[in-house]
Design a protein around this ligand. Structure first.
Ligand SMILES: *Cc1c(COP(=O)(O)O)cnc(C)c1O
Length: 422
């Protein structure tokens, strides 16, 4: 049963309620390893599902365009103060609707159309909004790119420096969506300073690790930090922009009125709750466990002959090239999904295959860490993955079905926030 329970929804719209209940059970029964996903707490779910959704609050606390903000101002201020304390920054804007609009606000704050932005190439691990060609950020700006070294699978700061010196970008993005290694924020900052660029650290994936002390912080190096709130940080879907005092007003103006209208107050409340959770001692243990689980899983996969980009991981994320297994990333991901192991197909650096049918899979350990799994279970997870991929190659659906049952049995012993079995 969904927690919090949904009796009013069930009475008013049984069809929709049935789908929500089924999705809750699906999330309960599967090893969820999509690197950008997680399970939020019941407290975050409750905060996100409140009457705060009824309220319009364009503007900022004390400077709104509608009346009746006595309590919304307090809620948004609470979220802001918690973000500032958790990440140790001068300024936080908690209004961006999600990670992509947060990044767009950064463009609006610092660039004009046609200006040059340097970001990590999408197929090398960057995000669409770091200037990739199909994104508005690649269409409206002159985007130039860096990647990873073919030999090491890691970012080569000498390459970044060369491109930066040649292209003189106004903004440099570091961070990505498929980067299994520690980001060298100090190294990027040195390059940004040399060419006079604003350094933006997009920590969408690793924000929870940064907050929990399991990844170095960009604060003190990057001028601006953008992040989603719903990945390792384990809050509702949303985003924040953190910055030095110097850039506070440019950022705020870019978010509103530059890009957005009214903030989603129910989401702001959920973010405030998640930030409080992230400042507690349990969260540090959770962040450390995410990394320990990823390292254990990576080691178990390597032992089974898997080719991991960069050879392993420093964070929550693993990128595996399945060329050696004789299967594409997409059919593998689909077979794994049927086997109760949910992840996504992904390009690997220098992928000879097409983005819609690439060579790799991407996986992460945040959600299964939230469920309570530890290093102890990681060899079993790797064994299931390997067996399911082998079964997919041989069209052996009965093995895949058997694994899905075993996964379900294991997970029955690990409670899911937001769901109760009894
Ligand atoms: C997920 C992600 C985003 C975008 O977030 P959405 O909420 O999906 O818009 C931006 N940057 C990075 C690095 C991400 O991983």
């Amino acid at each position: 049963m969904h927690i919090p329970p949904i009796p009013s929804l069930t009475a008013a719209d049984p069809q929709l309620a049935g789908l929500v209940e089924a999705e809750a059970q699906r999330q309960h029964d599967k090893l969820r390893m999509i690197a950008s996903e997680n399970y939020v707490s019941a407290a975050v779910l409750e905060a996100s599902g409140t009457v705060l959704t009824n309220k319009y609050s364009e503007g900022y606390a004390g400077r709104r365009y509608y009346e009746g903000q006595q309590l919304i101002d307090q809620i948004e201020t609470l979220a802001i103060e918690r973000a500032k304390a958790l990440f140790g920054v001068d300024h936080a804007n908690v209004q961006p609707y999600s990670g992509s609009p947060a990044n767009l606000a950064v463009y609006l704050a610092f660039l004009s159309p046609g200006d040059t932005v340097l970001g990590m190439s999408l197929p090398m691990g960057g995000h669409l909004t770091h200037g990739w060609s199909v994104s508005a950020t690649g269409k409206w700006f002159n985007s130039v790119r860096y990647g990873v070294s073919r030999e090491t699978g890691r970012i080569d700061l000498d390459e970044v420096r060369d491109v930066a010196r040649r292209e003189r970008p106004k903004v440099i993005f570091c961070g990505g969506t498929a980067v299994p290694r520690t980001i060298d924020f100090a190294g990027f900052a040195e390059i940004a300073r040399e060419v006079g660029a604003v350094l933006v650290a997009d920590i969408a994936h690793i924000a929870g690790l940064v907050a929990g002390g399991a990844h170095p912080s960009p604060v003190g190096h990057a001028d601006v930090v953008t992040t989603t709130t719903h990945k390792t940080l384990r809050g509702p879907r949303g985003a924040m922009i953190l910055s030095t005092a110097e850039h506070a007003s440019a950022i705020d103006k870019a978010v509103f009125p530059g890009l957005q209208g009214g903030p989603h107050n129910h989401t702001t409340a959920g973010i405030a709750v998640a930030l409080r959770e992230a400042s507690g001692p349990d969260f540090r243990a959770y962040a450390a466990q995410i990394v320990a689980n990823a390292k254990a899983l990576a080691a178990a996969l390597v032992e089974r002959g898997y080719d991991l980009v960069s050879g392993g991981t420093d964070n929550h994320l693993i990128l595996a090239d399945l060329t050696g297994q004789g299967i594409g990333g997409k059919p593998a991901a689909q077979a794994l999904d049927r086997a109760g192991i949910e992840l996504n197909y992904n390009t690997v650096p220098y992928d000879p295959r097409k983005p819609f049918d690439p060579s790799g899979i991407r996986l992460g350990t945040a959600a299964l860490t939230t469920r309570g799994l530890t290093e102890e279970q990681m060899p079993q997870v790797a064994a299931w993955m390997d067996e399911a991929i082998g079964a997919a190659v041989k069209d052996d659906e009965s093995t895949i079905e058997r694994i899905a049952g075993e996964v379900r049995d294991l997970l029955a012993g690990y409670p899911m926030p937001g769901y109760a079995t009894a």
